[in-house]
Each structure stands twice: as structure tokens, then as C-alpha cells.
Design a protein around this ligand. Structure first.
Ligand code: HEC
Ligand code: HEC
Length: 501
């Protein structure tokens, strides 16, 4: 026996055992570390973007139009803000700002829950923020009918912006304060997510909301919007994307506008649209609208294309209450001789601009749309192509009047005129001195007698409606005298006919 060699072989076996043990331990530790790392980063690898719904109605209400990577607000922050800053809301939750909550959904209509490219869950907004409304037949009606593409009547976008930005400016908007609410709301973060939320997400969200607050500080120089209205163009003037203008002048800050209906776009394809007719290209109009919420580089053009096609087809809902058809037939004759040239598809002046001197309604919206903005807008989307087509805007033009538009579904577009200053169609057929000097808006119960929403009720179940004062800048309710000289029988007939179009 060669002990030496025996010893050698013994020690080498020992060595081998030690080495393979070490390797195993090393492998186990490596595997453990990998699994741990994978677990830590896994939330950032799961992508639910973009959210597209097969059903287009559902897509319009809850689908994404892009914006996750430019304008999303982290999901858990959106989730807990109403609780943390309950004192900054007029009531409970986002519905107190007029957002519509369906029973089988977690978030209100227009809140899109999706993910950024690096896996952060965010909430973005879509067209339904401003283009969906509700209708009830009486205060006892507990199931509001939700109608897409009608002018939104309940959401206070100004209220929403103020809530978010005032929360960010509050000293309670800190990770120390928000994290316990986020945990209690069921976030189940792993340690890495906790760190990311605490040191990146919360501070960055706060910074961005403070920037938004700065960009929207022009609102302090304006009349309150209330629900269903927004200053269409001033917010673009303070934003990036090359829209920004040099200076915001007070006389150009009175363009608060009512949301229009956006159904039945087919016959409107090449008409000038927007209240002042500043654009006659459908795709540009839709993309401009989307830019209220997303940026030109993150916009989801496929999603927008689906919405565009659908909006071409859907029709205004028919008037759901009784119609006296004999009276409506008489009314059609009155419409044909007093209104059709400007408002019917065959009208000689449909899609034309009626100069402000003639229509004589509030001129603020026209003044807010400046030559400088039009030329800046026409630089937007340069360098971006979709299906081989250059997306750069080129159709924006400034006019000095309001456009003669189609009146389909006009029964559901109350309050009337571009600034929402006249509550019902009956009021619009009255001389300006006889139109209500103030009224309430935001209520969704219908007034069949006057054709429009009920506008004399100040609150329901503790919810206050918006007091609309026609004496404030932007809110002038005069002008559009067409039909105001008709006798009351003819007015009744015309109103009956207006229910049918
Ligand atoms: C922030 C609220 C808001 C959002 C969100 C919004 N819109 Fe609008 N939309 C408006 C307002 C206000 C106008 C009227 C603009 C004006 O002329 O002052 C308008 C006008 C329009 C028009 C022209 C209608 C007409 O008859 O003049 C179309 C079409 C339209 N929007 C489609 C969309 C689409 C599609 C989306 C989603 C991509 C969208 N909008 C998102 C507020 C909004
Ligand atoms: C010379 C063209 C012209 C004639 C004639 C005319 N209108 Fe208008 N109409 C307009 C313009 C322009 C506007 C937009 C004014 C504004 O919003 O400031 C408008 C707005 C309206 C609106 C508001 C639409 C909305 O969505 O808020 C209604 C309703 C309306 N007209 C009904 C009528 C009726 C009814 C007649 C006939 C008695 C009539 N118009 C005659 C040009 C006309």
C-alpha cells in the first residue's frame, strides 16, 4: 500500500467532496438570489399596456388612447388621494367631481388603469372624460342612462385638476404620509417596489403635479368653469409640444367652452368643426382632442382610429319621451324657413362661419384662439408618420365667428351655445332679456316642458350643482336671435320638431 498515494487519493476525495459541496451551496445561493431578484423586479415586467377592449363601447369608456408614458398618474396614488385629501373634495371620492361610477367597475368611466413601459401601474384619462353623460327622467329615477358621445354634463375637469394639484401642493403629500394609505388599500408591494414608490414615484408625481399646477394657474384669472366645460385652447398654450405661446393675455382668457356632442361624424367629415370652425380635418381634430391628455409621441393612433371609425357611425339617441307628431310636422316648416340654411345637411350655409358681429354671442372663445396658436399648432406632429402618412397638422385656421353646425340630437345637448349659457331650447327661442340670468348646471334630470336639463334645482342628496352666472366673463347669454320673434304657437311647434332631429 502506498500511503502516500492513499493519503493523496483520500485527500483528493475529501477535496472533491468539499468542492462539490461548495459548488452546491454556491448554486443554491445564486438560485436564491436570482429568484429573489426576479421576485423583486417581477412587478416591473408585467405589462398590461395598452388596454384595448374588443367591444368598442367599452373601449370608449375604459380603453387607453396612449399617454401611459407621458401623462399617467401612478395607480396607487390615484387610489388613495380621495382618502388622504378628503378635505379637498366636495363629497366622497371622484364621483363628487361628477365622474360616473358603474357598479361593476373598480374605477369611474374614463379612468384607464394600465402600465408604463417599465411596469408601473398608472391611470390615464380618455375621451369619455368629456364626451359621456347621463340622463334621468325624474328625481326618483335611480338608474341614470349612460350615453356615450353626448356632451359630458357632470364631470368638473377644473375640479379634478384643482384636486390633484392642490393635493400635490399640500405638505401632507409625502411618502411617509401616503405609504400607509397605499399599504392599507392593498398594494402588497415587495421591498423593491416600496423603495421605488417611496423614493421615485411619489416625489416625481408630486413634482409633475406641481408643474401642472403652474401650467394651469391661468384658471385663477378666469370665471369658474363648473361641470361640462373647459377652456379648450389656453391649456395648450402653456403646454409643451411646441404649442406654447409667448404670453397669456387677459382678453384671450375668456374662452370657456361647453363640450359638444361628437356622434355622427360621417356627415361632418369635411365640415369646419370646433365651435369657431378652426379645423376641417377629422383626424387632426381627434388628435388635438387627445393631446389634452397624451403627448404626440405616446398617442395610441390605432386606438384613436378605432374611435374615429365608430364616431362616424353612431347616431344621436332618439328623443325618449312623447312627441306630438302633428305639431312636429308644423314645426318642420318653421325650421325650414328660419333655421335650415345654417343647421341642416342640405343648408346653403352649413359648415360656414357666421361672423361674430351677426351671431353676437359671447366672443371670448373666438378671442382665445389666436393666430399665434394656430401657427404653432400647425407645427405639431411634425416628423411622425402613421401608416405612411405624415401626421403633421396643417388645417388649423383662425376665424372670427362661430360655425353653423348640424343639430342632430340637439335635445340632449343642453345647456346651449358654445359657452353653455342658455339652459333649454325654449330659453334659446326667447329674447336674451328673457333668458335666465343665472341657473344651475350638472343635474341629469330632464325637463320635457322646456327641452333641456332641469336647471332650477340647486342640489340633490347633498350634492350641490354649479351656479352659472351669465354676468361673468365667458358666460354672456345674448345673441343668436334666430326664431326669437316667432309667436308662442310657432315656438311650440318648432320645439316639438327639434325633439325629432
Ligand atoms: C378635456 C375634455 C375633452 C376631452 C378629454 C376630449 N374632448 Fe373632444 N372636445 C372637447 C371640447 C371642449 C370641444 C369643443 C372645442 C372648442 O371648439 O372649443 C371638443 C370637440 C371635439 C370634436 C369636435 C366636435 C364639434 O362638433 O365641433 C370632436 C370630434 C371631439 N372633440 C372628439 C374627441 C375625441 C375623439 C376625444 C378623445 C381622443 C376627445 N374629443 C377628448 C373636450 C374634450
Ligand atoms: C345664420 C345662421 C344661423 C341661423 C339662421 C340659425 N342659427 Fe342656430 N346657430 C348658429 C351659430 C353660428 C351657432 C353657434 C353660436 C354659439 O355657440 O355661440 C348656433 C347655435 C345654435 C344652437 C346651439 C347648439 C348647441 O349645441 O349648443 C341651437 C340649438 C341653434 N343654433 C338652433 C337654431 C334654431 C332653432 C334656429 C332657427 C330658429 C337657428 N339656430 C338659426 C347659426 C345660425
Amino acid at each position: 500500500m502506498n500511503w502516500n498515494s492513499f493519503n493523496k487519493s483520500l485527500s483528493s476525495t475529501e477535496n472533491q467532496t468539499v468542492t462539490s459541496k461548495g459548488k452546491r451551496v454556491f448554486l443554491v445561493i445564486t438560485a436564491f438570489v436570482l429568484v429573489l431578484l426576479l421576485w423583486l423586479v417581477s412587478p416591473f415586467l408585467i405589462h398590461r399596456y395598452p388596454i384595448q377592449y374588443a367591444n368598442i363601447d367599452e373601449h370608449f369608456l375604459y380603453g387607453s388612447i396612449g399617454g401611459e408614458d407621458s401623462d399617467g398618474i401612478p395607480y396607487w396614488i390615484i387610489k388613495v388621494l380621495p382618502e388622504v385629501f378628503a378635505d379637498k373634495l366636495p363629497g366622497e371620492g371622484y364621483t363628487s367631481l361628477g365622474f360616473i361610477q358603474e357598479p361593476d367597475h373598480e374605477l369611474p368611466i374614463s379612468f384607464v388603469r394600465s402600465t408604463t413601459w417599465f411596469g408601473l401601474e398608472v391611470v390615464t384619462e380618455n375621451c369619455a372624460t368629456c364626451h359621456v353623460g347621463t340622463l334621468r327622467s325624474s328625481p326618483r329615477d335611480l338608474n341614470p342612462r349612460i350615453i356615450s358621445a353626448m356632451p359630458g354634463i357632470s364631470v368638473s375637469l377644473q375640479g379634478f385638476v384643482r384636486f390633484l394639484t392642490e393635493s400635490a401642493a399640500d405638505e401632507r403629500f409625502t411618502a411617509d404620509n401616503l405609504m400607509p394609505f397605499i399599504n392599507a388599500a392593498g398594494a402588497h408591494f415587495n421591498p423593491l417596489e416600496k423603495l421605488v414608490y417611496r423614493f421615485l414615484v411619489i416625489p416625481k408625481t408630486r413634482d409633475e403635479l406641481l408643474e401642472l399646477r403652474h401650467n394651469f394657474s391661468f384658471m385663477d384669472r378666469q370665471s369658474p368653469y363648473g361641470p361640462g366645460r373647459v377652456d379648450t385652447f389656453t391649456s395648450y398654450k402653456t403646454r409643451r409640444y411646441g404649442f406654447a405661446v409667448d404670453k397669456l393675455v387677459d382678453s384671450e382668457l375668456t374662452g370657456i367652452s361647453d363640450y359638444p356632442s361628437i356622434w355622427n361624424q360621417e356627415p361632418r367629415k369635411n365640415l369646419r368643426l370646433h365651435w369657431d370652425g378652426n379645423n376641417d380635418d377629422q383626424s387632426e381634430r381627434n388628435r388635438t382632442a387627445a393631446l389634452a391628455l397624451v403627448s404626440p409621441t405616446t398617442i395610441d393612433l390605432d386606438s384613436l382610429e378605432r374611435i374615429r371609425t365608430w364616431l362616424n357611425e353612431i347616431k344621436a339617441p332618439p328623443y325618449p319621451y312623447a312627441i306630438n307628431s302633428d305639431l312636429a310636422t308644423k314645426g318642420k316648416i318653421i325650421f325650414d324657413s328660419n333655421c335650415a340654411k345654417c343647421h341642416s345637411e342640405q343648408g346653403s350655409e352649413i359648415g360656414e362661419i357666421t361672423p361674430i358681429k351677426e351671431v353676437a354671442t359671447d366672443r371670448g372663445r373666438i378671442d382665445s384662439y389666436t393666430y399665434e396658436l394656430a401657427s404653432n399648432q400647425n407645427l405639431t406632429f411634425s416628423g411622425i408618420t402613421y401608416k405612411g402618412v405624415d401626421q403633421r397638422f396643417s388645417h388649423f385656421k383662425k376665424y372670427n365667428g362661430y360655425v353653423n353646425g348640424l343639430l342632430d340630437g340637439v335635445w340632449l345637448r343642453s345647456p346651449y351655445l358654445h359657452n353653455g349659457s342658455v339652459p333649454t331650447l325654449r330659453d334659446l327661442l326667447n329674447k336674451p332679456e328673457a333668458r335666465p340670468k343665472s341657473f344651475y348646471r350638472g343635474y341629469d334630470v330632464y325637463d320635457q316642458e322646456n327641452v333641456g336639463y332641469v336647471s332650477i334645482v340647486s342640489s340633490e342628496n347633498g350634492k350641490d350643482f354649479f351656479f352659472y352666472d351669465t354676468k361673468l366673463p365667458s358666460n354672456f347669454n345674448g345673441g343668436h336671435l334666430y326664431g326669437t320673434d316667432l309667436d308662442s304657437q310657432d315656438k311650440n311647434a318648432l320645439l316639438e320638431y327639434l325633439k325629432t332631429i
